[in-house]
Design a protein around this ligand. Sequence first.
Ligand SMILES: [Zn+2]
Length: 84
Amino acid sequence: MPSFNDSTMPQIKPPLSLGLDNTTPIVCEHCQGDTFVEAFKFRKVSAIISPDGREGTLPFTTFVCVSCKKVPVLFDPFIEDKIQ
Ligand SMILES: [Zn+2]
């Protein structure tokens, strides 16, 4: 029977001492879905502000609602028409 070596097992600790009772669910404002998948968005970087003086792309991670395939405003820092 294999024994677990604590030093090689990843230790998953809950953040601080928060219980789920002290949290609120984040839901998609489009469909109220509460499940998301990781996705990437890309921004073009103008040559004017690019460190190497050339136009480039800047990837960043966001999350897509599994149900409606939209990115909730909360996860899209560049969205233009933020819902108040
Ligand atoms: Zn949704």
